[in-house]
Design a protein around this ligand. Sequence first.
Ligand code: AN7
Length: 355
Amino acid sequence: MYTGILNQYQDLYGFAEDYPVVSLHEGNTPLIPALRLANCLGVEGLKVYLKYEGLNPTGSFKDRGMTYAVSQAKFDGAETVVCASTGNTSAACAAYATRARLKSLVIIPEGKIALGKLSQALMYGASIIEIAGNFDQALNIVRMLGERDKRLAVVNSINPYRILGQQSGAWEICDALGKAPDQFFIPVGNAGNITAYWAGFKKYHDLGKISQLPVMMGYQAEGAAPIVRGHAVEHPETVATAIRIGNPASWQGATDARDQSGGHIDLVTDADILGAYSCLARHEGVFCEPASAASVAGLMKACAEGRVKPHSTVVCILTGNGLKDPDNAVLVGTKEVARVSLPADESAICEYLGV
Ligand code: AN7
């Protein structure tokens, strides 16, 4: 039976037999071929795969890091786990804390958390502090709290166990393909995930499990693109609230991944993001949240710029489930499909349909 990333990759993680593994059987997410998308990108023989992280237990990739960070907090005897979040980290933190019988405290920007994520934190039983500020301010507060009170374990991606857990995504991709992809596309917010994937690919390369490393392609939202612009953004704004981050904690990790792999970190507009978001759902049957679609918007941009080689294999990470953000889904979807209100009357329906 599959029982989560820590048990699956215990030989690589190397923790002891009696380690208190806290798991919801996260990971083992599908790598879905995107044939229609590949065909419309104008690159000959291109193979595109979507790593659908929205199928994790709390609906995002954060579960991979949270299983390890919360296990370690339990091991260390913490009472409470605490995080700042744009939403997905708070959902994962609250769920795994409950699983570990620890308390959780989440600090989030008021009014900027997608509805599904907020409902998760509430249902899993977190204590919630909403601040009239953004993620970057929330993270500074959380860092301070962690230093002041050792009963509080910080489970943001500044916690190295988060990054270790998230490496498992890279290993699953290599295990599924039998090699690393030629290019790897990922949304960049706080930059923990691109840092983790690069570490994961390098680890597999060092172990001789893959012979070639991928080229790392990271994408920020235009209004929240500090790495692309080369300076922190004080008031980040984007429809993709998950990556509404102006001063990423793992900035260096992201630029290292880019530079060591010969990759590229660029921005995509909100319109690009929503276009890719809608395209994935309507043409591939894969529903992700807006921030996740930044990877595919990035692939579209990179293809248009000639950055993607013919006959190459690329993977796009879809970091979170579309159900996380029903408000944006209804807004975008309503513009694109036929949706009418009619009386509960057979003849009215037949007339409307011309049947
Ligand atoms: C769906 O939940 O930062 O570059 O507090 O939820 O590793 O930060 C979320 C980030 C991409 C960016 N896609 O990943 C949080 C948070 C989704 C996300 C990212 C996030 P990082």
